[in-house]
Structure formats: structure tokens, C-alpha cells
Design a protein around this ligand. Structure first.
Ligand SMILES: [Zn+2]
Length: 261
């Protein structure tokens, strides 16, 4: 009997995006994005023998912190944390672009990543691409709505287009959190704190649709490094704190990506 049912394409599963001798470039907006967002991808690439460079656009001076620090002091603290975490994860190089943190909302501070002309950021990343010549670039997909995450994503994708036009062939991936996982997180948060604002979140549009995920990295072999790197960001609250062990492991033991170029 004939059937018109189309089977969904299953994501490709592996233990690293890059192989020994290849170069991976990870571009993020704030210190901790490289670890909280895609630390296992860095650790797995390094463990596989690849060279990893992390570009961070700001020093996260507007981030929330339990430490009583001025924005300037917080920036210095977070720069130190970025370097410590990158070392734990095995990145060889950290490059900062030294723009200000735009914060999640409100008026844009002068000199912040979203206040400056995006073409400046594109040019900076294009310069890094020319120097590093990565085989693979990873950005966060910005689906959490933070404007700095969205800005660095669009600037990076534009910079890769410039590099591609010059003849480089770069595979580009967006690190994502699948909707199925975010639904579990939402359920757990609601049960812990029924009065919180989480009730307003629409579960259907939370995270990345599962059928868009093209690659899954099994990160169980580098889980210890990811956890250690998370602890290096001591000025920040880990988004994985307070979760049940099962859900925390679900977040940390696999990384989900969408290949976009
Ligand atoms: Zn961030």
C-alpha cells in the first residue's frame, strides 16, 4: 500500500562538530554565553584535537550579579571568569571586542553592542575570520530574546557571508535549546514556583522547534569540564542551578544545533 507520509529527518549525532586539526570559532555576546550556552561544544572540539577560538563581544557589565560591584568592576571580574572557563574548556584563544553590554531591555547605553552600527561588529568578526580561518563557526540562536544575543548572531552570519564570498567555505551552526527540553524546564519551574512569571510563557513558541535541530552532540564525555567551567563564572547564577538532577543532565549531556550555512 502506498503512503504519502514523509519521515522527519533525524538529526546527525556525534561527539564533536570538528575533527583533529580543524579550527572552531565560537562567537558570543557575553562572558558565560560560551559556557552556559555551548560549553560542551568547545570542550568536545578541544578533546577531539581541534583548535578553538572564542570571540566575546562585551564584558557583560550590565549582567545581574550577586556581587556588589560597579559595572567596571563587574566587567573585569567577568573577563577573568571568561578566560578561566575558556581554559577549562580547552579553547586556545579568547578575543574580546570590548563593546558595552546592551542589557535585556530599556534605553541602549552609549557604546553598547546594540547601540553601535552593526557594520562595525560585522567588520570586526570578518577580521577574526580572516585571521583564524575556521572550518566551523558556532553562534547562539538568540531565541531567548536577549538583544545582544540576537545582534551578535546576525553580525556573525553577515561576516561569514563576506568570508564565503572571498572563497572560504565555513560551516555555520546555531546552538539551540529544543522546544521539548524547554517545555520540561517550564513544567519544572512552574511546579517549583507557581506564582512566577513563567505562566505567561507560551510553551509552543519556547526554544527551537525540535524538527529544526540538525545536529546533536553527545557531551557526556566532557560533562565534568562543562560543570567545572560553569563554576568559573562565580559572579553569575547558573541557569542550571535548582533544576532536578535529571533535567540538569538533560540540558548538559547533549548540545543541539541547527546548521544554517
Ligand atoms: Zn548572554
Amino acid at each position: 500500500m502506498n503512503s504519502n507520509v514523509t519521515l522527519a529527518t533525524l538529526p546527525i549525532r556525534s561527539t564533536s562538530l570538528v575533527a583533529a586539526g580543524e579550527r572552531l570559532l565560537v562567537v558570543v555576546a557575553h562572558p558565560d554565553d560560551e559556557t552556559f550556552g555551548c560549553g560542551s561544544i568547545i570542550a568536545a572540539a578541544s578533546a577531539a584535537g581541534a583548535d578553538v577560538t572564542v570571540v566575546c563581544a562585551t564584558l557583560g557589565d550590565r549582567g545581574e550579579s550577586h556581587l556588589d560591584l560597579s559595572p567596571e568592576q563587574l566587567a573585569q571580574q567577568r573577563l577573568l571568569e571568561l578566560h578561566l572557563a575558556a581554559q577549562v574548556l580547552g579553547a586556545s584563544t579568547v578575543i574580546t571586542l570590548d563593546h558595552g553590554d546592551s542589557d535585556f531591555g530599556g534605553d541602549l547605553p552609549d557604546g553598547s553592542l546594540c547601540a553601535i552600527d552593526e557594520r562595525i561588529v560585522v567588520r570586526q568578526i570578518a577580521d577574526v575570520l580572516r585571521d583564524v580561518r575556521p572550518h566551523v563557526v558556532v553562534v547562539l540562536d538568540g531565541s531567548d530574546g536577549h538583544r545582544d544575543h540576537q545582534r551578535i548572531r546576525t553580525a556573525t552570519l553577515a561576516a561569514v557571508e563576506v568570508a564565503d564570498a572571498c572563497g572560504d567555505e565555513i560551516a555555520v551552526y546555531e546552538s539551540s535549546l529544543p522546544n521539548s527540553l524547554m517545555r520540561q524546564w517550564l513544567e519544572e519551574m512552574r511546579s517549583i514556583d507557581p506564582g512566577a512569571a513563567y505562566h505567561a510563557i507560551d510553551p509552543d513558541s519556547f526554544g527551537r522547534p525540535d524538527d529544526e535541530i540538525t545536529h546533536v552532540i553527545d557531551a557526556t564525555g566532557v560533562l565534568h569540564l562543562r560543570k567545572l567551567a560553569i563554576s568559573m563564572h562565580s559572579s553569575q547564577s547558573s541557569p542550571f542551578d535548582g533544576l532536578s538532577p535529571a533535567l540538569r543532565d538533560a540540558f548538559l549531556s547533549a548540545d543541539h544545533l541547527v546548521r544554517v550555512g
